[in-house]
Design a protein around this ligand. Sequence first.
Ligand code: HEC
Ligand code: HEC
Length: 279
Amino acid sequence: MGPDHPQKEVYYESKHGIAFLAFKDKLNMDSSKWIVGEDYSAAPTCATCHMSAVAGRPGTDEEPPIRALPVTHDVGMRISWNNRPAISVRPEDSDRKMGLPGADVDWRTRRANMKSVCLNCHESQWVDNFYVQYDSLIELYHRKFAKPGLELYDLAKPLMRPVNFANKLDFIWFELWHHEGRRARHGASMMGPDYTHWHGTYEIAMHFYIKFVPELEHLIEKGKTSGDPQKIAAAEALAAKLDEVLNSEDHRWYLGRMDPAEQERRKQAAEEFRKRYEK
Ligand code: HEC
Ligand code: HEC
């Protein structure tokens, strides 16, 4: 729980957590084997998805087979993204860095494991659609904010005090990826729409535009007028990158340069929305 990994909060706002609270007494929790699909199907808990055993089942014409899984205490074995760093990585890569045996377990295997859990309660198309949405959120966050944000932050370093967290920009960037950026990704990974959007992407965007960019502009201005040739060069490099980022497809609306066709599409969508809900 908390601002940087709110899984408990995400779960309780998701339909899974709501169903758990509503149907706790129907989950057969006294069963010692407690296998999803056999002992219960009304709602999954944290353990259902991340740890508990799953019974296997052969495939049918419509549905793929379900692979049987034993109980595990290695909670990384059903997770296909590690969303802790500023830019998400595959779990086998972080396991390799830490010298863990999980280095040999590809993210596709881990995702297939998790799908075996979901398939006890949902059709495969429902589950596949979930993963399309989840991956799309990660990709959007990477492309629009995390990758350019990290590049800009690194270019700003020569213009700041050398000690980490002695600068305003250190805190702004830290909260962007470590709080809001994680909340958006964690919210999407466990079906918590409020955490994905209002505590996630909304806050990332707001702080990127009203805190991060203005602070970069301030550092550029200070560097350019410092009289120090090294700082002037660093300020110019940062200014060029900021210019490139803000003029990219994702951000040029901010400069009032949105593609006119896109602007028109959004205007129409807004009108349709208004018409539908005006009544
Ligand atoms: C419906 C199944 C489901 C339930 C219930 C569930 N999770 Fe998850 N959880 C997931 C999925 C799916 C992911 C993302 C997996 C991936 O990256 O492929 C995830 C990711 C995570 C992560 C990984 C964070 C990271 O590094 O990205 C943590 C920690 C976590 N869950 C904890 C919990 C806790 C604690 C609970 C209960 C409060 C819980 N989960 C309930 C399915 C579930
Ligand atoms: C024990 C059964 C169970 C398991 C396991 C389970 N779910 Fe669910 N899931 C439900 C129930 C019940 C609902 C609520 C359905 C309703 O009332 O609309 C639900 C709802 C959902 C929703 C809709 C969320 C929304 O806000 O509308 C998604 C998406 C979803 N599940 C995906 C998954 C994925 C992905 C997994 C595996 C990681 C999974 N579920 C595992 C029972 C389960």
